[in-house]
Design a binder for this molecule. Structure first.
Ligand SMILES: N[C@H](CCC[C@H](N)C(=O)O)C(=O)O
Length: 291
């Protein structure tokens, strides 16, 4: 099957964008994996699919698949690239669009400086909605909030690890570290991602607080591994930092791939994320029908 695609990146988190506004491609998980493969396919952290909106007052639908081929609820960096794509392709003339995702409605706004600001909706803390199953462990008070121990059979390396848990429509576990450069992302990331207390797995964020308005963040993403940036991860990390009493309402997040600005006014309020969205190249690829 010949497929046209656009390669994009937001703070180094990279995407293959597919246009289904004129009809469905009906790809399988194996075909999504093929597109994301950095040796046999195009190569990307996630595959973003553009579809017509499900209602007259909603401009588009946005579908996200991780590199492992699994469909997920939300992608922050991808939402900015999505907005850039539909504007540059002339699929809309608006600078502010309403987009339906599995996690609900988001509203990206194209800024004059080329960055994109997205209302990512309000974070969710109810454990069952993360989802997070404590499996009998109790939270530990930390600062003005709480964190959850991760010690478990088969995960002895996580003996001293405890995380804040937040959903941005997709699940996040946020671990405070002294230095992201030396943080055990490669070793602890997979152990947290597939931890049995997260029934749908989880994105694992490693957060270093530099000041009340500046942090460094690395994320081992569910279904993809460590990425150069994670937009929903930046939102979740700042929300956790604010609830723990460590951060103010507007925070600059330094990731390995670039800088994101996250703003949150408190529980019940939406998280606003601002950052880059760049088209890298366009192409066409023959995706095998049977994989
Ligand atoms: N790996 C994430 C999806 C992509 C999120 C990330 N790329 C972002 O920018 O938010 C998950 O499984 O929930």
């Amino acid at each position: 099957m010949q497929i046209r695609f656009t390669k994009m990146q937001g703070a180094g988190n990279d995407f293959v964008v597919l246009d289904e506004t004129a009809g469905r491609l009906n790809l399988s998980p194996a075909q999504y994996r093929y597109l994301a493969d950095r040796h046999f396919g195009v190569g990307a952290d996630q595959i973003l699919t553009v579809r017509p909106g499900p209602a007259p007052d909603i401009d588009f639908e946005y579908v996200i698949h991780n590199a492992d081929g699994g469909e997920v609820e939300q992608c922050g960096n991808g939402s900015r690239c999505f907005a850039r794509y539909v504007r540059d392709k002339g699929l809309t003339t608006k600078d502010a669009i309403r987009v339906h995702t599995r996690a609900g409605l988001i509203e990206p706004v194209l800024q004059a400086d080329g960055r994109v600001t997205v209302d990512m909706g309000a974070p969710v803390f109810e454990l069952a909605d993360i989802p997070f199953d404590p499996q009998g462990v109790a939270p530990r008070a930390q600062g003005s909030w709480q964190v959850w121990p991760l010690a478990a059979a088969g995960r002895e390396a996580l003996q001293d690890a405890a995380v804040a848990v937040v959903s941005m429509g997709n699940p996040h576990a946020v671990l405070l570290v002294d230095d992201v450069q030396t943080a055990p992302v490669a070793s602890w990331g997979p152990l947290i991602e597939s931890h049995p207390r997260f029934p749908r797995r989880v994105n694992a964020g490693f957060l270093q607080v530099l000041s009340r308005s500046e942090v460094r963040l690395r994320v081992y993403e569910r279904g993809t591994g460590e990425t150069l940036a994670c937009g929903t991860g930046a939102c979740a990390a700042v929300v956790a930092g604010i609830r723990l009493g460590l951060l103010d309402a507007r925070v600059e997040v330094h990731t390995r791939g670039g800088q994101l600005t996250i703003e949150w006014a408190g529980v019940g309020q939406p998280v606003r994320m601002t950052g880059p969205a760049v088209t890298v190249f366009e192409g066409q690829i023959d995706v095998p029908d049977a994989l």
